[in-house]
Design a protein around this ligand. Structure first.
Ligand SMILES: Nc1ncnc2c1ncn2[C@@H]1O[C@H](COP(=O)(O)OP(=O)(O)OP(=O)(O)O)[C@@H](O)[C@H]1O
Ligand SMILES: [Mg+2]
Length: 339
């Protein structure tokens, strides 16, 4: 038990004696302040019970009140009270300890995460320069030594360039993921309908020959970080656009619904779909259920979306059937931003 110190005990005794003699409000305020100080000093309920016990005893010793308070009975009652408070005290102290440990491990995990992110960022960043060298010098070989390299050699060099460029895209996507994790999160009211329409227009402009019916509900409001939510929609709509590319009547829908009082946003398409048994895997880095021959991609998009949704304290999940389209759902949490 933490010693209460003479100061607190004496002040408590004086205040109690005063209150017993003259029960006015001001003294009760003093009792409240003393309780606050005790809590601030790290004392528990049992400590306060002991202080109270001591103060009562002191008051009983005061001859003038001897008759008013039968001393042995009050002392026994105080002991009984302290004993009955012990379990509360123990669980209270246990809770404080558990909470301290939780905060400590949370801080350690967050520091490790930040370190890992900084590490991946600089690794990815430093990989770009040598890659540019590989691609650039392969191109120089192809151009400057065209007459000295035969057909087979040129094919190999072209493979080399394609691989370097693909790795460059992977690095860019990883850097994007890392940036999303580090960016400052700023929650404000956002019109997701407007964001989704902009993204859809961008997709349409990039492939004007495709006929896709895109239905976006009006006034889909959210509280969130607009630039991050735009990245999330770019990935979700980009996937819907890509995985409907083999449909003659492609359709994409963006909407919202209410589930148990929570707003759930969704992006639905009628494209290639996926085997729902692998739904949880999709949100991991480099997890793809379609080959790059079938559909291009690096497998970082959904990991990025998941990171954005988690940073908003939200959840993301998907439903699908092979060849029968897919729906991606997400929530955006309660407004308490995560680090
Ligand atoms: N709308 C969808 N319909 C069917 N499968 C999907 C859909 N969205 C995602 N998937 C599956 O989840 C995988 C992971 O998606 P993700 O967006 O992370 O990667 P990607 O689109 O392949 O590549 P990128 O990094 O360029 O986004 C996809 O490869 C695909 O197998
Ligand atoms: Mg994608």
């Amino acid at each position: 038990m933490i010693p209460t110190g003479p100061n607190l005990s004496e002040r408590y005794s004086a205040a109690l004696a005063h209150y017993l003699a003259d029960p006015d409000e001001d003294v009760l305020n003093q009792a409240y302040e003393l309780g606050r100080k005790a809590l601030g000093d790290g004392l528990g309920v049992l400590d306060i019970a002991m202080v109270h016990h001591g103060a009562l005893q002191a008051a009983i010793c005061d001859e003038s009140r001897a008759e008013m308070m039968p001393a042995p009975a009050i002392a026994k009652a105080a002991e009984f009270f302290a004993e009955s408070m012990s379990p509360f005290e123990m669980s209270f102290r246990g809770l404080i300890l558990a909470n301290d440990r939780l905060l400590q491990s949370q801080a350690t995990a967050e520091a490790a995460n930040r370190e890992l992110e900084a590490f991946s960022y600089s690794v990815a960043h430093d990989l770009r320069a040598p890659l540019r060298g590989i691609d650039g010098f392969s191109q120089a070989l192809l151009e400057d030594y065209a007459d000295k390299i035969d057909e087979e050699g040129r094919r190999h060099l072209n493979f080399l360039r394609e691989s370097a460029q693909r790795m460059g895209r992977l690095i860019d996507d990883l850097l994007g993921l890392s940036r999303v994790a580090r960016a400052e999160l700023c929650r404000l009211p956002v019109d997701l309908s407007v964001l989704a329409r902009n993204v859809a227009a961008q997709l349409g402009n990039a492939e004007p020959d495709r006929q896709v019916e895109i239905v976006i509900g009006d006034g889909i409001g959210a509280e969130g970080d607009a630039p991050l939510l735009r990245i999330a929609l770019e990935n979700l709509l980009g996937n819907a656009w890509k995985f409907t590319s083999k449909r003659t009547a492609a359709r994409i829908e963006v909407g919202t619904m209410s589930v148990d009082g929570d707003t759930v946003y969704f992006v639905r398409d009628n494209g290639a779909g996926f085997d729902p048994a692998y739904e949880a895997k999709l949100f991991g880095v480099f997890q793809r259920l379609h080959s790059t021959r079938e559909f291009e991609g690096t497998g970082i998009g959904l990991a990025t979306v998941k990171r954005i949704v988690s940073r908003h304290n939200g959840r993301i999940w998907a439903t699908s059937e092979v060849d029968r389209g897919a729906t991606f759902y997400f929530t955006l949490g309660d407004g308490t931003p995560r680090p």
